[in-house]
Design a protein around this ligand. Sequence first.
Ligand code: IMP
Length: 207
Amino acid sequence: MAPEERPLFLLATTNPGKVRELLPILAEAPCRWVTLADLGITASVAETGQSCAENALLKARTYCRMTGLPTLADDSGLEVDALGGAPGAQAKVYAGENATDPQRIAFLLQKLEGVPWEKRSARFRSVIALAFPDGRTYTVEGTVEGLIAFAPQGSGGFGYDPIFYLPDKGKTVAQLSLEEKNALSHRGKAARQAVALLKELLGTGKT
Ligand code: IMP
């Protein structure tokens, strides 16, 4: 199918860091992508679900209804074992509704004060939901394991990346290039599954 004939899908995230990471991977799917910014949509969706899956579905369904386009949304979170899995799906609002990334990091580091290296295990989780105008929905998920560093390092990525340390790399996620992060990240893993799913769905004419 010629690129301009491919079906149009909405990448529904207001987070520019997620758009930057997702678009190069989603470009492999047999569809065309527009973003919320392309459509001039600034409305955000209240994340009232208890889990990343619930929130991803909520966002995908809401923007799908708003635009009439098949829609992909990501909801992600950070699970810190020493905090019983917190902040989890609440990672964005853990340090307050309008906190900046440096404030979120400072807040989390404070919560982990005195926690030794071997007890600082954590994982990022990303759930990507797809919602179609006919009501069908799908979810895929990716995780990456790491440790919460004692201090921020690096300036790449977004969110908690400067304190998410990858023992195998000897670096935080913020010290990786976009390509390196996408190759191993929770979101990269989920996005590659979403591409495989889209290839299957579009290839068999189910959309
Ligand atoms: P949400 O998916 O919009 O609920 O936001 C999840 C929050 O988790 C983000 O605002 C970040 O603080 C954090 N987060 C999610 N994914 C990442 C990531 O790849 N790196 C760093 N922080 C992330």
